[in-house]
Design a binder for this molecule. Structure first.
Ligand SMILES: NC(=O)c1ccc[n+]([C@@H]2O[C@H](COP(=O)([O-])OP(=O)(O)OC[C@H]3O[C@@H](n4cnc5c(N)ncnc54)[C@H](O)[C@@H]3O)[C@@H](O)[C@H]2O)c1
Length: 375
């Protein structure tokens, strides 16, 4: 163990995972002030060496257990297949580390609840990478809605639809055992997060859902982007399309849809539409577009009016989440420090409960209740 790798008071970070998620975490923690990445783990030896060398990370491991066993880390950052989020987070929290975890928090709500309980017991920050919510256009909409310009939001539609982009047929993404589900848990959780955030965190009380697997099980709909750890050995036993009607404790509702592959729109299509009693708002991100994503609907002097705010969306949303995570750790030091509502991953737990209910409803063929914890 070498506790003298850095000479500053930086928070010491260990990053696990070398794919899109892990390398994005690595770059964000490396670039942001106040943190130093001292350890990196992943199972692709050449990439591990290359990332370690180019980013100046001194301690490299194949297995996450060896990284988490270090007693000089303040933070463990998790960018690995979904089924490993729970064991890694539990081990890290139990050894006193703060945790930055990729979405979904876990493959089931019960596992997510254990993680949140452990974060509370250990009083460590548990933050989840809902990076798309940090887009500048979503932040703009959030600020706009704070002034109540569209009245009561009674219905919303949120979707992330891909035409043909299953992330690696036969990869861990397409197996229920390793991923917990298909596009609903992968992409749907992002747009669910955006919608709940913009609607002021109402609680989802019931879900009525359907899921289909019409293309993936036939070996169709595969994308060109293949995950770092794709070994082609996993069965396709998750959905490739999901659609759910969610009811809130406020009486409002949300139609949520997600697909990895469907004969619908081209590319990637992200949409969140809010219907209010005096106006409406629509976020439409077409193939990761960064301009012209917002439309606002209202009446001016009784005349239907459309506005298109010119909000530019810079890249780097993970960086924004991680900057907030580092700030939460700093703010959380000391018993009198202000607490963030989502300090221990509570919002992510509710999203996991909603995903559970959607899968349960689809399996049962009728509406089901969402398990709930008080925030
Ligand atoms: N927030 C986002 O925008 C976003 C985007 C992509 C992926 N993700 C999430 O990030 C996570 C990883 O996705 P990805 O696309 O980077 O996957 P990936 O398959 O490309 O990478 C997974 C990494 O985990 C490593 N790994 C697996 N088992 C390990 C072990 N026992 N010890 C150490 N390392 C191990 C692999 O070696 C690999 O480097 C998933 O939870 C996914 O949902 C989030």
């Amino acid at each position: 163990m070498n506790v003298t790798d850095t000479s500053t008071d930086d928070l010491r970070v260990g990053v696990i995972g070398l794919g899109f998620a892990g390398s994005t975490h690595l770059d964000a923690f490396t670039d942001l002030p106040g943190a130093t990445v001292v350890a990196l783990a992943g199972q692709e030896p050449a990439r591990l060496e290359e990332l370690g060398r180019s980013r100046g990370v001194p301690h490299l491991y194949a297995d996450w257990q060896d990284l988490v066993a270090r007693d000089d880390l303040d933070i463990v950052s998790i960018g690995v297949p979904n089924d490993l989020h729970h064991p890694i987070a539990m081990a890290a929290l139990q050894s006193g580390k703060h945790v930055f975890c990729e979405k979904p928090l876990a493959t089931t709500g019960d596992l997510a609840a254990e993680m949140v309980a452990e974060a509370k017991a250990a009083d460590r920050v548990l933050e989840v990478a809902y990076n798309h919510r940090r887009r500048a256009d979503v932040a703009f909409l959030g600020d706009f809605l704070a002034d109540d310009p569209i009245g009561e939001i009674y219905h919303a539609r949120a979707s992330w639809l891909r035409r043909s982009a299953i992330p690696g047929l036969g990869s861990w993404f397409t197996s229920r055992a390793t991923a917990g589900g298909g596009p609903l848990i992968d992409l749907g959780s992002h747009v669910l997060d955006i919608a709940l955030h913009l609607m002021g965190e109402p609680r989802v009380v019931t879900a009525s859902a359907v899921t289909y697997n019409e293309l993936g099980r036939r070996g169709r709909g595969g994308g060109t982007k293949v995950p770092a750890s794709s070994d082609g050995t996993h069965a396709f036993d998750v959905e490739d399309f999901a659609s759910a009607l969610l009811r809130f404790d406020t009486g409002a509702s949300l139609l949520l849809q997600a697909s990895w592959a469907s004969y619908s729109k081209n590319h990637e299509d992200i949409e969140v539409e809010l219907l209010g009693s005096t106006g409406g708002a629509r976020l439409h991100v077409d193939d990761y577009s960064t301009e012209g994503t917002l439309t606002l609907y209202s009446d001016v002097e009784g005349v239907p009016t459309v506005a298109r705010p010119a909000v530019h969306v810079p890249a780097g949303h993970h960086r924004t989440v991680i900057a907030g995570f580092l700030e939460a750790i700093r703010q959380g030091e000391g018993a009198s420090a202000p607490r963030y509502t989502n300090h221990y991953g509570e919002y992510a737990l509710h999203r996991s409960r909603v995903v559970d209910a959607i899968y349960a409803s689809a399996a049962a063929g009728h509406e089901v209740e969402v398990e709930g914890e008080a925030l």
